[in-house]
Design a protein around this ligand. Structure first.
Ligand code: TNX
Length: 538
């Protein structure tokens, strides 16, 4: 035989061999399916309904993702592929042309089904050869893929196949959120957090189906967002933080980068400029707007309630028109938060005048105003939103005006409260909030606020006592995980004893993400191969 003929025969022989091996593997793969049950054991927040069917879907090197052509769906598919890669090392292809040997498919499908009546609702049908995720919107699909991520086991399953498989239990999940607004707030004013830190926090929130990150961008100790028409706000006002450790601010480009990163995760950024109190940093930059009668100086302490804008000066409102206008222009979300809390040195009538005037500015720039519950004292529009943190009376006044409420009662939902007397960080002016207390309350009926007035829940993380991402994570986790369930799942689906187990099962994920969570002794944390040094966790 000629050399080329030998080569050809060898090639044919090898091809047959490869095919035969693949066939063999495929056969084994079906035979060796591990028995598995669809349960919520790794799922937080708990889905509305789950119907197990006792089988397994093999996620492996033969799996591919396909998506609807509807806007945003392919991006959701690619996001899932990226997350599968980081969890399993598998390279799952998205929307490629049909390939031979393709056996299992994850299909992310835009569906107009009436059953999916909330924009974030989704349904998952998992069978042995396909995972079908239906939702009306890309946002719903994005929530749905978080469930898929949580269903993928941390380790590959035992099987006789020569390649690893991750078995996803089969069944049906029907899911939809309890509240449309599910947020956390990060105070980047008392201590500044880098763009990278904020992105990590967004990643973690998105995994638990949060859809809002409220950024507290200004306070007495620092102004953190570039305003091009008033550059000293950041040049001077951004130079300090609590404890004298420096400061920092986001350029508008960096802020846009955060907004875009959040948008890819279907998380809205709500910017807050806190006023007319909490304005020392702004008043140092532009003393003309100071209203407390004293010469403003940079402040690195933690007391509140000493600063105020000069609320009766007309020029203040042209300044605020610029500030709100510039931020609104780079914020695609519908909300603008004006703060409004603890204006202890503003006269009540001046405070009310201020809030009413600023509401008009916020509306002029196309946004819906949010403010801390004190704003309920002013005569404002029903479209504005009150964030209930301390005063039930203020919240009720807002409800009487037809306004919606965001539930953030400090005694239950403040992420900066200490867990207990041994906590490494945090304050305790409102309460100690151990992991169970954070979970065991009912926002739907809390303090008699009517359910129909509740827009949602937000867990604020004030940063007087935390200055880096590890400290942030210590206060936020695991409590923020509990708030995700309070805002997504129905009261009937919430139960501390059962939640505790699901929370314990989050440890491998948190460890893999290098989250320095507080390992609450109330939880029997699952061990994982990724565990960072145990000592760091207490
Ligand atoms: C109260 S809550 C504040 C913040 C502090 C926080 C500390 C609210 C609207 N105002 O200025 O950082 O307590 O827990």
């Amino acid at each position: 035989m000629k050399n080329s003929t030998v080569l050809k025969s060898l090639f044919v022989f090898l091809t047959i061999l490869v095919f035969a091996t693949c066939k063999e593997e495929k056969k084994k793969r079906v035979i060796e399916f591990p028995e598995t049950d669809l349960t919520a054991e790794n799922l937080i927040p708990k889905p509305l309904k789950m119907i197990p069917t006792n089988g397994g879907f093999a996620l492996d090197q033969f799996t591919a993702i396909y998506t609807s052509e509807a806007a945003g769906f392919e991006e959701v598919g690619s996001f899932l592929a990226k997350k599968i890669k980081s969890k399993t090392e598998l390279d799952v292809q998205v929307n490629i042309d049909e390939i031979p040997n393709l056996e299992t498919v994850i299909y992310i499908n835009q569906s107009d089904s009436l059953e999916l009546n909330a924009p974030e609702a989704y349904q998952l049908y998992i069978t042995q050869d396909s995972v079908i995720l239906n939702s009306n919107t890309a946002e719903g699909a994005f929530r749905g893929i978080q469930t898929i991520r949580q269903l993928i086991p941390e380790a590959s399953s035992d099987s006789l196949a020569t390649y690893p498989i991750w078995t996803i239990p089969t069944g049906k999940i029907i899911d939809s959120p309890q509240f449309e607004y599910r947020g956390s707030m990060l105070d980047v004013a008392r201590h500044f957090f880098s763009v990278e830190d904020v992105k990590k926090y967004i990643d973690l929130l998105a995994y638990y189906k949060y859809n809002v990150l409220h950024l507290h961008l200004t306070d007495d100790q620092g102004w953190r967002i570039e305003i091009k028409s008033w550059p000293l706000l950041t040049e001077i006002g951004g130079s300090t933080e609590v404890g004298g450790e420096g400061g920092g601010f986001y350029t508008q480009e960096e802020y846009k980068d955060i907004v875009a990163y959040a948008a890819e995760r279907h998380v809205l950024i709500v910017p807050e400029v806190d006023m007319p109190g909490h304005t020392n940093a702004a008043s140092v930059a532009y003393p003309i707007f100071n209203g407390n009668g004293k010469k403003p100086e940079l402040y690195e302490g933690t007391q509140v309630g000493k600063s105020t804008f000069a609320t009766r000066k007309d020029t203040l409102y042209s300044f605020l028109d610029d500030v709100i206008g510039e931020i609104a222009a780079i914020t695609p979300g519908p909300y603008f938060h004006i703060g409004g809390d603890e204006s202890h040195v503003t006269k009540k009538k001046d405070y009310i005048y201020f809030v009413e005037r600023v509401e008009k500015l916020v509306q002029k720039h196309g946004k819906r105003m949010i403010g801390w519950d004190e704003i309920g004292q002013a005569d404002i529009d029903s479209s504005s939103v009150s964030q209930f943190w301390a005063s039930k009376k203020n919240a009720m006044d807002a409800i009487a005006k037809g306004m919606k409420i965001i539930m953030s009662p400090a005694k239950k939902a403040y992420l900066d409260m200490e867990y207990d007397t041994l906590s490494k960080h945090g304050l305790h002016w409102a309460a100690y909030i151990p992991t169970d207390t954070a979970y065991i309350w009912t926002p739907e009926t809390y303090e008699g606020i009517p359910m129909e007035s509740i827009l949602g829940i937000e867990a604020p993380l004030w940063s007087e006592t935390i200055s880096d991402i590890g400290e942030l994570e210590y206060l936020a986790f695991p409590r923020a995980i509990g708030y995700s369930e309070l805002s997504w799942s129905t009261p009937e689906n919430r139960n501390w004893e059962e939640y505790k187990i699901r929370l314990a099962n989050q440890a491998p994920f948190l460890d893999r993400m290098n989250v320095k969570y507080y390992a609450s002794p109330l939880i029997d944390w699952k061990k994982s191969k990724y565990s960072y040094k145990e000592i760091e966790k207490d």
